[in-house]
Design a protein around this ligand. Sequence first.
Ligand SMILES: *Cc1c(COP(=O)(O)O)cnc(C)c1O
Length: 366
Amino acid sequence: MIEIPLIVPDIRDSDISQCADVLKSGMLVYGAVGKELESTLTDHFGAPSLLMSNGTCTLHSALSALGIGPGDEVIVPAFSYVATANVVEQLGATSVFVDISLKSFNIDPDRIEEKITSNTKAIIPVHEFGHPADMSKVNELGRKYGLSIIEDAACAMGASYRGKLVGTLGDFGSFSFHPRKAMTSGEGGLLVVNDQTYLDKLIALRNHGWSNTGECIAPGFNYRLTDIQSSLLAGQFCRMPNDISRRRSIAKKYKTNIKGFNCALPDEPGESSHSWQSFHILMDDNLKRNTMIKQLSEYGIQTTYGAQCIPAMIYYKDKYGLDEINEFPNAWKAYQNGIVIPMYSGLTNEEVNFIISTFNSVSENL
Ligand SMILES: *Cc1c(COP(=O)(O)O)cnc(C)c1O
């Protein structure tokens, strides 16, 4: 029986040997290895780039640096991983949900303005599954209403929007190095600080509030990434262009050959470029989606749903009492009917063909 997981991290012997060097050196926390990687990433993004413990504390520290708290509203897409809204809640602020587009699975830019009030402080567009959000419209609203823009690019390392890397388009760009993402250190994150007025504060927040001059200027966190983790990332970062081009060719095979008896395949982002962290298919019905996940697993193919309709999660339902089915029909539909299938550069052509033929035969008989 073939066993094909959703994702297999691309960690090679060379990465493991870098990691072993750190372990042998005895210098385990954030240090020379992390700083060197940060300087590579800072060059790549053209803006100061801070490694952090994960792709949630990057969002949390960006919102904290902005001073967001009780009484403030932050606009988030109704369909994302829950972390996008959880950080808003942790600061005592209010999450304001906006429905998504079913073409991109990203926030629908035409539905944002109606949700802006005098309390709105920020928008967190998510580049879901590696598909760049419509940043020109989001940024235009940011300028018009004086809002901060935090890109949740957790899934979108390597994607670009109209020729610019995602993560460099808002005031901050947040990335995750969780194993489900394109490169991984187990846990890990990166915050690209495009608005440098917040840089010193963010450096301090990451490290208990200690400033570069050795003073404690804020009640900070400990959001440092260890050098053990950073050592795994440098090689993966170098291989990223190849990794993405392999994902792109797998996505093309999926798009050409999956017949879609009961489903819609993901859209290409037009003038932008998708990093294909996930290949997300929308089925026409929730029962068929669930049956599909179950039956594919019987063939040894791991699949799952794509992301949550956040207003429908218990905490959010209790707090906000929103009618997710009518207020966020697209987010609800994506949560109910979406399925992600295996996507990683190590998939062989045989495996890709097996996934395609199995998907087609199972979906034809649903
Ligand atoms: C994975 C993910 C996060 C959280 O990243 P972690 O590193 O797991 O904390 C946040 N937002 C989105 C959209 C994600 O996909």
